[in-house]
Ligand binder design. Structure first.
Ligand SMILES: NC(=O)c1ccc[n+]([C@@H]2O[C@H](COP(=O)([O-])OP(=O)(O)OC[C@H]3O[C@@H](n4cnc5c(N)ncnc54)[C@H](O)[C@@H]3O)[C@@H](O)[C@H]2O)c1
Length: 312
């Protein structure tokens, strides 16, 4: 089986590549290294069934290789990063997704995209089911990402309707684990907090900290990716993937302090524009379809992530 993973040197992509290499597939990892790192895939590059291709998916990707499935993950994912280069974020989700779909059309193979819970914007139904249409600003600071992903999803459905392409869409809710980037503009809430508690610095919380999030451990998520990617029943479907255990950002900070015994205090900064108040997935569809549910608790997952960040 020949599998192409775009964004394969990133946090989620490198975990996916690792699991696919273990399954003995021939894995082609395409990445422009804008936020991905070669250290994420160093161990895989020694394997015969793994190949790294440095390429920006905004440009068409020509290859003689015949792919049996494409996982399309390439996209800036951290808010500071995607907001710093919003045009690039939109182009990755438009031209980039178009190039991936053309490749799937040429190969006549299933194509999977990692969309996001951000397509729901600030939803009025929480936990949010896949049927929710989203409440998103087309001109807000996050629009390059949330509207970009909405466009990608629309393009996937258009290719399915017009050309009969086998598409699978997953909407990911916050995911964390080893290999997540915590430096500079790539930081997301969990690695940012971990960096702060490990240095006994104050934990910076945007807003009053009563906004909620739900956090899924990376290995749980990747298990779901492969189920959706490989099961015929997932053809044409959309699945939320995430952990429905909802906690406030304040509670997340308190849990970090408890686990590490840090002396950090919480400080509050102004809430960024368009920050959703609640975010929690309704995972009934994926649970009923595959029996999938997250297995790693937040404390266990945080401990593994903290250990990894300490040693890396
Ligand atoms: N991690 C999460 O919590 C989360 C939540 C929702 C959605 N997602 C989605 O999952 C995917 C992976 O996210 P991640 O958390 O691993 O982020 P990441 O930044 O670690 O990975 C994204 C990868 O895509 C690559 N990339 C970006 N633009 C590219 C381009 N134009 N051409 C080629 N490669 C490009 C980057 O270099 C990076 O390796 C993204 O599509 C993201 O939108 C992630």
């Amino acid at each position: 089986m020949n599998v192409l993973v775009t964004g394969g040197a990133g946090f989620l992509g490198s975990w996916l590549c690792e699991k696919l290499v273990q399954k003995k597939y021939n894995v082609y990892c395409l990445d422009n290294l804008s936020s991905g790192k070669t250290t994420n895939i160093d161990s895989l590059r020694k394997e015969k069934n793994f190949e790294f291709i440095r390429h920006d998916i905004i440009s068409p990707f020509g290859t003689e290789e015949k792919f049996d499935i494409i996982y399309h993950l390439a996209c800036p994912a951290a808010p500071f990063q995607y907001q710093k280069t919003p045009v690039n974020t939109l182009l990755t989700n438009s031209a980039g997704s178009l190039n991936v779909l053309e490749l799937a059309r040429k190969n006549d193979c299933p194509v999977f995209i990692s969309s996001t819970s951000e397509v729901y914007g600030d939803p009025d139904i929480v936990p949010t089911p896949e049927t929710h249409r989203g409440y998103v600003s087309p001109i807000g600071i996050r629009s390059c990402y949330d509207e970009g992903k909405r466009y990608s999803e629309a393009l996937f459905k258009a290719y399915e309707r017009q050309y009969g392409i086998d598409t699978r869409i997953v909407r990911i809710f916050n995911t964390y684990g080893p290999k997540i980037r915590g430096d500079g503009m790539y930081g997301r809430v969990i690695p940012n907090f971990i960096r702060q508690v490990l240095k006994n610095e104050d934990i910076t919380i945007y807003g009053d900290g009563n906004q909620t999030r739900s956090f899924c451990y990376v290995e749980d998520l990747i298990r779901a990716f492969i189920l959706v990617g490989e099961s015929e029943i997932a053809r044409g479907e959309i699945f939320n993937i995430g952990n429905p255990h909802e906690i406030t950002v304040n509670e997340l900070a308190d849990t970090m302090i408890e686990i590490t015994g840090a002396k950090s205090k919480k400080i509050h900064l102004p809430l960024p524009e368009d920050d959703p108040k609640r975010r929690c997935p309704d995972i009934n569809k994926i649970t009923q379809t595959f029996g999938w549910k997250p297995e790693v608790s937040l404390k266990e997952g945080l401990q593994r992530t903290i250990e990894w960040i300490k040693t890396n």
